[in-house]
Design a protein around this ligand. Structure first.
Ligand SMILES: *C/C=C(C)/C=C/C=C(C)/C=C/C1=C(C)CCCC1(C)C
Length: 238
């Protein structure tokens, strides 16, 4: 078998590699901190660890796939997201549960995240020619999640759940509004006519490289950062 190495100017392979390490390290951190986490926050911190652990396993695979083929591991990217994004919705539910969050809210968040990801997957793979319309549908589901965490049930419940929960929920809401908005940017760069018919990067191979770099950076920010917000909440007085 040929020995594969990362060329020093291969930023796609490099960010897959760093992403794998970062997700692994974050998982070890969250899992080891569990024993000193107050019981009422243990499930939340465990879920933070599960999110980065699932990502670490996918990144390990995607890193190898990309290095061996030079291609974008789109399928496994979406398998990762389909598992981890609903778990991030679970985090919102868990921290607002004490203030009375109902399971219905959890299902709303999970359903919206699945619509967002499945439509995005269609636009990136099966229906690339109509990626704009699938991107718009995905964006609608995304904005529904933004609405729920900024103005809807999540934010209303958080306000009655104590100062620390309210503060953490606001920070997580910023992650959803700004951190998650990085993904559509990657989609726009990587799909044909991504920006309402405008092709930003003409070369298809280059376009998919840019997309992978953007997604890799976004994942590190959103999965590890999100988990750390939960972690610091678990160390607060609430
Ligand atoms: C850990 C992974 C996370 C937080 C992934 C989040 C993904 C998104 C918020 C993706 C959103 C998309 C749109 C809003 C429109 C274009 C298609 C997507 C799927 C890239």
């Amino acid at each position: 078998m040929e020995h594969l190495k990362i060329a020093s100017d291969n930023y796609v392979a490099f960010t897959f590699f760093i992403g794998t390490m970062a997700m692994m390290a974050a998982s070890v951190f969250f899992f080891f901190e569990l024993s000193s986490t107050p019981t009422k926050w243990r499930t939340s911190v465990l879920v933070s660890g599960l999110i980065t652990f699932i990502a670490a396993v996918h990144y390990y695979y995607m890193r190898g796939y990309n290095l061996a083929t030079g291609d974008s591991p789109t399928f496994f990217r979406y398998v990762d997201w389909i598992l981890t994004v609903p778990l991030m919705c679970v985090e919102f539910y868990l921290i607002t549960k004490k203030a009375g969050a109902k399971q219905g809210l959890l299902w709303k968040l999970i359903f919206a995240s699945l619509v967002m990801l499945v439509t995005g997957y269609f636009g990136e793979t099966i229906y690339r020619g109509s990626s704009v319309i699938w991107g718009v549908l995905s964006g609608a589901a995304y904005f529904y999640i933004v609405y729920l965490v900024w103005f809807g049930e999540v934010s209303q419940l958080a306000q009655t759940a104590g100062a620390q929960v309210a503060k953490a929920t606001k920070t997580l809401a910023w992650f959803v509004l700004v951190g998650w908005a990085i993904y559509p940017l990657g989609y726009i760069l990587g799909t044909p006519g991504g920006l309402f018919g405008i092709q930003l990067v003409a070369d298809a191979a280059l376009a998919s490289h840019y997309m992978d770099i953007v997604y890799n950076v976004a994942d590190a920010i959103n999965k590890i950062g999100f988990g750390l917000v939960i972690y610091s909440l678990s160390r607060s007085q609430d």
